[in-house]
Design a protein around this ligand. Structure first.
Ligand SMILES: Cc1ncc(C[n+]2csc(CCOP(=O)(O)OP(=O)(O)O)c2C)c(N)n1
Length: 1005
């Protein structure tokens, strides 16, 4: 029992384990060197031998007395021992040494073993720091040339001067090098041997961890995963390739290298961001794809930056070479519509047979903007959608590969955001393989200026992804890590990173002079032999290929490229079944978006109920549901119910609805409650929307991580996969959408024009001046409107559907729940897809006036682009003195004020619901109807914000002789005041002006 007590004491004071005992004459284990903070195996972090002896006795009493890793250790040792009891046994298991003679001797044996185990662990944890990763041999991939002092390197050379002190720091001596030591269960270097001489242990560890591969994985807090990786890298001989595999690798390197050579010769002055210096990327990707195909993957979705993109398209995705070459010829035009994009941004997909597995595989490379890493979440969203629609719930058939540059991977925050989506239930793609083309430079910037972390890949550690650094000039090492990465992904369904440490043979692009900024590096690069030459020489010397075979391989690919030059033009179409064969919509009309009353009522009733039995909901929620039932009985809807009915009705028609964003399940404003939580049973919840109809489509509503850039990108990718889905992203407040500005500008606004891809994503942006301060008031309508491709000076010929087809996105601010309902449904009933930006309300969610009747939603009704005045003013339009045009929530403030002032005969209020594309036709009708009235544009936003700059020229086109006057807040720098009093004073001031019929008298425009 005393042993147990002391064991408990030892376990409690774990800090003491780590401290070592300097100056006591005993071996010193420096915790900073020997113990990792996230130690997965406490047994190896423990540093006191007497403690081990105590532990051993405790274990003898009951195996459960010790941590499982100690249990495994002692069991392992016991298995190789013939003795069964006491110290004698301990002595025996530690290689049969007679330690029983004196306690000091037995301690020494234990300590030596612990030292060896610590040494093994040191290689596993830090071996990558000394791995020879840089092909140029001038930089160290971890930015630190210091060799960790607990690693004994170059054992073969027996550098006595260096090695002996190191052995000493472990308490070992040179004479120990030829002694055999028991190997712990946490290493596989022994192969079939359970003991090895120390010299061989060090040699094997060096081979596994300090060669051309550096494996970073010991931070992973999962024992099984660590063991899996150790086994993959430590087992002797495991990295060998067959002759056939080597020949395949050589042929792939030939393709990759010759492709760049050809482009360089043919179009020497064209930018193409060649792959020279990392030609191994092509065989690397092909290896990942082969291995994934072998594991059952049928579709691989890839995202990558500029570098090597054409090569990947040609040699991995297998885009026809003539299609690539046509882009180099300025006289040749692609057949697609749109403004197009530079050649190194375009994507494509291709279904083909994988030659290694003989299985079908679809390879897609997503189009992307210059904005590095922006495509990462988009790829993930698209991958998730393909998994979802294909019923691939575990990512067994569809997967993604993301490629990165080293500078961008370290520098761009969206990488981190994307990693944080990787294991969230509604966002996971069940493991992505990341490949970093680490050419150790970012444009002209050295790594030391580009990041603070040792490696560019450290960001991946947040999700416990293993990181395989590899010298890209060792093609076989690269192939091996790719093989392991694919196996990892398909075994554990988790992310993994391959860091291809390479160089860039030329400048940032082909026009660039790298010697200005990296003279030494580029002197070395000029001397650097090409990887293809090095590998071909290696295989020739090994007798795997002959020189003649190699030359034939090179010339065959050269011929293939030349033949491809004579053709050109390419065409692409998205959503093939949704559009006609030529990519045009099947019609140019939109059916009524109204619904049969029965359907309205049914959905309303489900929205007011709890479909599961014995499900206890919160009493506050019961009240809300009763309120909904009451509305349904009265044939009315509020905002939340209108949305519910829109979603529910689409689900009935087999349209998948996905709503994602921060706190969307309940709704930031606690109005939605699409997920009910049982108040009695933890984690029991119910989504009534999925209980509407027997064969309905699935409704996905998911609270996202606290990210805009990443999550909006993800949803955009999700929406790319199918036209038969309503994919909505809601900002917590519209103000936060600018964190995702790149996705909005580069993809949502310009995506179709650049890449000929339709996308029907819906952005729900809570917007409105309600005294909540400058960061909770504005979704910045002015920015969306400025980017609308809607010519203010040209009066269109066709409205409604054609106008929508011609625009880049639709911008609306609905003032009634019914109109919100219609615009959501119209999004799906349109014969094409356009992004839809909706400024959604906050206070209107509960405003009694802001309710709609079923009458506005039944069959035959539709979305109203404007809502004309329906009151007394419209009965005598010629008498009306002023027409106030407005949009959104301010309507209710204006209507209230008008009523109070009894100006309902004199002032008409017209609501603009669809702001862009601008409903010229309907506005014109209103302007003509109130022919004697002056026109006012009233907005609650500041003058330099909101809608004014957009609507003013549009109104001029409608009626050039009389201008439209502005009423609203004055210009400002911040979107709203933070002072409640000022907010109300501003409101009062502009409402006063809006109804002061003399305000603009005598003023000229
Ligand atoms: C978000 C973003 N910022 C800046 C740039 C300009 N830029 C283009 S390439 C480049 C360097 C990228 O370096 P790295 O990620 O290492 O990739 P490499 O070009 O070396 O392959 C920069 C800064 C960009 N394209 N995107």
């Amino acid at each position: 029992m005393s042993q147990l007590r002391s064991l408990a004491g030892a376990l409690r004071s774990s800090s003491q384990w780590m401290r070592g005992q300097v100056g006591s004459g005993r071996r010193v284990f420096d915790p900073r060197r020997n113990c990792s903070s996230g130690a997965a195996e406490p047994s190896l972090a423990a540093c006191s031998s007497s403690y081990v002896v105590e532990m051993y006795y405790a274990w003898l009493e009951d195996h459960k007395n010790v941590h499982e890793s100690w249990d495994a250790y002692f069991r392992n040792a016991q298995a190789s021992s013939s003795e069964e009891t006491g110290e004698k046994h301990l002595s025996a298991l530690l290689q049969g040494r007679a330690m029983s003679q004196t306690p000091a001797m037995s301690e020494k044996v234990v300590e030596d073993h612990l030292a060896v185990h610590t040494l093994i662990r040191a290689y596993q944890v830090r071996g990558h720091h000394v791995a020879r990763l840089d092909p140029l041999g001038i930089l160290t991939a971890d930015l630190d040339s210091f060799v960790p002092s607990d690693l004994i390197t170059s054992i073969d050379k027996l550098e006595r001067v260096r090695m002996c002190p190191l052995l000493g720091s472990y308490g070992l001596e040179e004479s120990d090098l030829d002694k055999s030591f028991q190997l712990p269960l946490t290493t596989f270097i022994g192969g079939n041997e359970s003991t090895l001489p120390l010299r061989e242990i060090i040699h094997r560890l060096e081979t596994s961890y300090c060669g051309h591969t550096g494996v970073e994985f010991m931070f992973i807090n999962n024992m099984e995963q660590c063991q899996w990786i150790r086994q993959k890298f430590e087992t002797p001989g495991i990295m060998m390739f067959s002759d056939r595999e080597k020949r395949t690798l050589l042929a792939r390197l030939v393709r990759s290298t010759r492709f760049e050579d050809f482009l360089a010769r043919k179009w020497s002055s064209e930018k193409r961001f060649g792959l020279e210096g990392c030609e191994v990327l092509i065989p690397a990707l092909k290896m990942i794809i082969d291995k994934s195909s072998e594991a059952g993957i049928e579709s691989v979705i890839m995202g990558m930056p500029h570098r090597g993109r054409l090569n990947v398209l040609a040699n991995v995705v297998r885009k026809d070479l003539d299609q690539i070459f046509c882009q180099f010829d300025p006289k040749l035009e692609a057949a697609d519509e749109g403004s197009g994009d530079v050649k190194y941004h375009l994507g494509m997909y291709h279904e083909r047979i994988n030659r290694e597995t003989d299985k079908n595989i679809t390879l897609s490379l997503m189009a992307n903007p210059s904005h590095l890493e922006a495509v990462d979440p988009v790829v993930q969203g698209k991958t998730k959608a393909e998994q979802f629609y294909g019923g691939d719930t575990e990512g067994r058939r569809v997967m993604s590969i993301l490629m990165h540059g080293d500078a961008a991977f370290a520098g761009q925050g969206v990488v981190y955001e994307t990693f944080h989506l990787s294991e969230l239930p509604s966002y996971t793609t069940h493991g992505t393989i990341h490949v970093v083309v680490n050419n150790q430079i970012g444009f002209t910037t050295d790594p030391r200026m580009a990041r603070s972390s040792p490696y560019p890949t450290d960001v991946a550690r947040v999700v416990n992804a293993p990181i395989f650094h590899v010298n890209a000039d060792d093609p076989e090492a690269v192939m091996y890590v790719c093989k392991v990465a694919a196996e990892w992904r398909n075994t554990f369904n988790k992310d993994v990173v391959i860091d291809l440490v390479c160089y860039r043979r030329f400048g940032h692009n082909e026009m660039d002079e790298p010697m200005f900024t990296q003279p030494l590096m580029y002197k070395q690069i000029r001397k650097q032999e090409h990887v293809l030459k090095k590998y071909a020489d290696k295989l020739i010397s090994e007798g795997v290929v002959t020189l003649q075979e190699f030359e034939v391989c090179v010339s065959l690919y050269g011929n293939l490229i030349t033949v491809s030059l004579c053709k050109h033009l390419f065409h692409s179409c998205c959503f093939p079944d949704f559009f006609k064969l030529d990519g045009e919509p099947k019609s140019m009309s939109c059916p009524s978006t109204g619904l049969n009353e029965e359907v309205l009522r049914h959905i309303g009733e489900v929205a007011s109920s709890v479909p599961l039995k014995d499900f206890a909901i919160h009493s506050g929620l019961s009240r809300i549901l009763r309120g909904r039932a009451d509305m349904v009985a009265k044939r009315t809807v509020d905002w939340a119910l209108a949305e519910y009915v829109a979603f529910g009705s689409l689900l009935k028609d087999g349209i998948h609805v996905r709503l994602s964003g921060q706190d969307v399940e309940r709704g930031t404003f606690s109005h939605r409650h699409h997920v009910l939580h049982d108040q009695e049973v933890d984690k029991r919840f119910c989504i009534p929307m999925n209980h509407l109809w027997p064969n309905q489509a699935l409704y996905t509503v998911c609270n996202s991580s606290l990210s805009e850039y990443g999550v909006l990108g993800f949803e955009l990718g999700f929406a790319m996969a199918s036209p038969n889905a309503l994919v909505c992203w809601e900002a917590q407040f519209g103000d936060f959408q600018n964190t995702a500005q790149c996705i909005i500008d580069q993809f949502i606004s310009a995506g179709q024009a650049k890449w000929v891809r339709h996308n029907g994503i819906v952005l729900l942006l809570p917007h409105g001046m309600e005294g909540m301060g400058p960061e909770h008031s504005s979704a910045r309508p002015e920015r969306f409107l400025q980017m609308s491709k809607d010519d203010p000076d040209r009066y269109p010929v066709n409205f409604e559907v054609q106008q929508l087809y011609d625009c880049n996105w639709i911008v609306v601010n609905c003032s009634t729940p019914a109109n919100y309902f219609h615009v959501l449904r119209r999004q799906i009933l349109l014969p094409f897809r356009k992004p839809l930006i909706i400024f959604t309300p906050k206070s209107l969610l509960r405003l009694p006036e802001a309710r709609s009747s079923f009458d506005e939603m039944i069959t035959g009704t539709k979305f109203l682009r404007i809502i004309p005045d329906g009151g007394p003013a419209s009965n005598h339009p010629e008498k009306v003195k002023r027409v106030i045009f407005c949009t959104g929530k301010v309507y209710y403030e204006l209507a209230k004020e008008r009523k109070q002032l009894k100006l309902e005969e004199d002032v008409a209020i017209v609501r603009l619901e669809q702001i862009s594309p601008f409903p010229f036709d309907l506005i014109k009708a209103e302007v003509e109807k109130y022919s004697n009235a002056e026109l006012i544009w009233c907005q609650e936003e500041h003058k330099n914000m909101g809608y004014y700059d957009y609507i003013r020229p549009h109104f001029l086109t409608v009626r050039s002789k009389n201008p439209i006057w502005y009423v609203g807040r004055d210009p400002a720098a911040a979107p709203a005041t933070g002072n409640k009093f000022t907010h109300l004073a501003e409101l009062k001031r502009f409402l006063d002006t809006a109804f002061n019929l003399e305000a603009f008298k005598g003023r000229s425009y």
